[in-house]
Design a protein around this ligand. Structure first.
Ligand code: ZN
Ligand code: ZN
Length: 199
């Protein structure tokens, strides 16, 4: 036995008592992020995609270094979890990474709306920082750069805008007829965007 150096209450080995520790240190947990499928909303847990209400409590419990009771959580732009223990409340948060799970990816087939063709060494280096893995279906190395296949053309255009801001270059945009949607009698186009850095 001993006494808490902060409040003087009895504590083990003169260490901080539980209450003081909670007040000073807050919640102790390992940093983590949530990986969520942007189509079916399931969450990746130990290599399996499972429903949110099963996944979140398990992931949070795995990452907490002390035992807490999960009072509630919110999934928005971030995951926010409110925790409770001995009348103390704690809060932790985690980033969310959006991906498309294999099941949804298979259902969609070879789905991508745009190819962003980046040419030039510096441009590819910039893209390493700009690109978000979850937005890209695949990457293909070319002689002079990389082709990035984007699920959605708006995300390819966003990446292009960032690239243009950071580096002078020449841009060419073309669209090709990809298929025909019979139900809506609509032509479906695939966008090809070329960005070549100025030498
Ligand atoms: Zn104390
Ligand atoms: Zn999915």
């Amino acid at each position: 036995m001993g006494f808490c150096p902060r409040c003087g209450k009895p504590s083990r080995n003169n260490e901080l008592c539980e209450e003081c520790r909670l007040e000073l240190e807050g919640v102790r947990y390992k940093d983590f992020k949530i990986v969520q499928c942007s189509v079916c909303k399931r969450i990746l847990y130990k290599n399996r995609w499972i429903p949110e209400e099963e996944a979140i409590p398990r992931i949070v419990k795995d990452k907490l270094l002390d035992k807490w009771y999960i009072k509630q959580y919110k999934l928005g732009k971030k995951l926010i979890v409110i925790l409770e223990k001995n009348n103390f409340e704690g809060i932790i948060e985690a980033d969310i990474e959006k991906r498309i799970c294999p099941t949804c990816s298979k259902k969609r087939g070879d789905y991508y709306e745009a190819i962003l063709q980046v040419r030039g060494e510096n441009a590819v280096k910039k893209m390493d920082k700009i690109k978000k893995k979850s937005e890209i279906y695949k990457e293909q190395r070319q002689k002079n750069g990389i082709d990035y296949y984007y699920y959605f053309s708006r995300e390819a255009k966003k990446a292009l805008a960032q690239l243009k801001r950071q580096l002078p270059g020449i841009v060419k945009i073309s669209r090709k007829l990809h298929s025909y949607d019979k139900q809506r009698s609509k032509k479906i186009y695939r966008l090809t965007i070329l960005f070549r850095e100025k030498e």
